[in-house]
Design a protein around this ligand. Structure first.
Ligand code: NAD
Length: 490
């Protein structure tokens, strides 16, 4: 198998330096022309009709084919460059539109995706060479792919999907979350505009400017759409799995953490705070509930406070629980959900809701709960963590398993006991399993590996790469081109 060495940084540097060369300078955009997206319907990827968006995407796909790998490389380098150079401005826009998460992390997510999401360097081919000749397996694009994206990382998910999908020769039609559509449209406009100016191809990324559940459904059933990629919660995951087309589903999680009595407790506390407070715990991989072996429970609580988290007392935990987690649905569909007014809010806001006083800059609040507390089974997406006391590591792993609901998404353990790690890894069977670090290490941020904001869980593709969005094609030549062996047999 041949796989080129990833060298994203040098590609980005090259494109940035080309764009900064005087002869290639792109005219500055006026900062106030992005509010009139409706009047530009169809230009730079923005469409009001699903049919028009898909038709434009097909046309762009055919044009992209003629540009070869070099064209793909240049197109995605523009996406990376804009994600990095405009991170501050775009991050602010996303933060002000969605009203959830933390500004510094909105900005950081754009920068890291620009640097770390895999592109064309991941496109390899496999070769089988033997007595009967040669077979080459190549990875071909599907065509226009429908991407449904979440509010928790609106533009980062679109940019990340676009880099992966264009790197493998596809185009993408986006149905963004309605609450993050303005930033999604603005990002898509900037990406297409830069690509169009450089390569003469518009609409590699198209977007439905007024997305609805109906427009998502039209895409799921559109004959021009060859593949679906959804990133979101249980409802959209279920809808995609029921669609007649092949779907890559990056579904919900509820990542548990186990801390046993062999763990480095200061490292565990710092890691839990880092992962769970990131963007106010909006990440699907973020730590959501913690199961601690009794013998070190009080020590871990103290380590959490030393590391800067605010501990709530039992009364404050109860008050917060009543405000933050609410019951929804009817009959057998009744279940807990996070309340919209606290989802993604700052730890100091949650502290206030609990009747405690949190200071500005507070990253995480936490408190002891029992296993029945609704924070334990609910993907709360807020910087409060319930800590549950367990008699031993087996019980902690058992509770972790129950609380993950079989999503097989992400789990975290802090332990120095290899047997305990192994048994948790086996039982939870998750796509990401992080040991002795923050959850974000599982996406290459402080751990090894590459990044994507779409982690395909129920459909099994894992952290998506360009290869996720390809069809295998095999090209076989009988008897010839294997250049090894005896010359007498040619
Ligand atoms: P959400 O499910 O509310 O929305 C996600 C997208 O799906 C939006 O575009 C929404 O409009 C659309 N949608 C919702 N129901 C639909 C339906 N029935 N048919 C068609 N489209 C539908 O999720 P969110 O609040 O935006 O994001 C948070 C959720 O996404 C969490 O559950 C989180 O775990 C998950 N998530 C998963 C990953 C991953 O990589 N696995 C990444 C980010 C977020």
């Amino acid at each position: 198998m041949t796989t080129a060495t990833p060298d994203i940084a040098s590609i980005v540097r090259q494109v940035i330096s080309e764009l900064h060369a005087p002869q290639a300078r792109v005219p500055q955009t006026t900062r106030d022309n992005y509010s009139n997206s409706q009047s530009l319907s169809g230009a730079n990827g923005i469409f009001s009709s699903v049919d028009d968006a898909v038709a434009a995407s097909q046309e762009a796909f055919e044009q992209l084919e003629t540009l070869g790998i070099e064209g793909r490389k240049k197109a995605i380098a523009h996406i990376r460059r804009i994600a990095i150079e405009d991170a501050e401005e775009l991050g602010r826009m996303e933060f002000s539109e969605t009203g959830i998460g933390r500004l510094e992390h909105k900005i950081e997510k754009l920068k890291v995706l620009g640097e770390k999401v895999p592109g064309v360097e991941f496109m390899g081919s496999e070769v089988f060479s033997g007595d009967t000749g040669l077979a080459v397996i190549e990875h071909a694009p599907f065509g226009p792919i429908a991407a449904i994206t979440p509010v928790t990382h609106s533009l980062p998910t679109i940019a990340c999907n676009a880099v992966n999908m264009i790197a493998s020769g596809n185009t993408v039609v986006v149905n963004p979350h309605p609450s993050g559509r303005t930033i999604a449209v603005e990002g898509v406009r900037r990406f297409n505009r830069a690509i169009h100016r450089d390569l003469g191809v518009d609409n590699l990324i198209t977007i439905i400017a007024e997305p609805t559940l109906e427009s998502a459904d039209l895409l799921f059933n559109h004959r021009g759409i060859k593949l679906i990629c959804v990133t979101g919660g249980p409802a959209v995951a279920k809808a995609a799995l029921q669609s007649p087309k092949r779907a890559i589903v990056a579904g919900p999680g509820n990542p548990p953490v186990v801390v046993d009595d062999t763990a480095d407790l200061d490292n565990a506390a710092q890691s839990i705070i880092q992962g769970a407070s990131y963007d106010n715990n909006l990440l699907c991989i973020g730590e959501k509930q913690v199961f601690v072996v009794e013998r070190v429970f009080e020590q871990l609580m103290a380590a959490m406070e030393r590391a800067g988290a605010l501990k709530l007392n039992a009364h404050q935990v109860d008050s917060l629980t009543q405000r933050a987690i609410i019951m929804t649905g009817e009959g057998s569909h009744r279940h807990w959900v996070p309340s919209k007014d606290l989802l993604g809010q700052d730890a100091s806001v949650l502290a206030h809701a609990a009747g405690a006083s949190g200071h500005d800059g507070l990253e995480l609040i936490f408190g002891e709960t029992d296993i029945e507390n609704p924070f334990v089974p609910t993907e709360q997406m807020m910087p409060f963590l319930p800590f549950v006391r367990c008699k031993d590591a087996d019980e902690a792993i058992h509770h972790a398993h129950e609380s993950e609901h079989g999503f097989r998404h992400t789990a975290v353990i802090h332990s120095n006991n290899v047997r305990t790690m192994t048994s948790m890894g086996r039982l939870l069977d998750t796509t990401l399993f992080i040991k002795n670090g923050p959850s974000v290490a599982g996406l290459g941020l402080g751990g090894e590996g590459y990044l994507s904001f779409s982690i395909a869980t129920p459909t099994g593709e894992g952290v998506t790469t360009p290869l996720t969005f390809t069809r295998q094609r095999r090209c076989t030549l009988v008897d010839d081109l294997r250049i090894l062996g005896s010359a007498r047999h040619t």
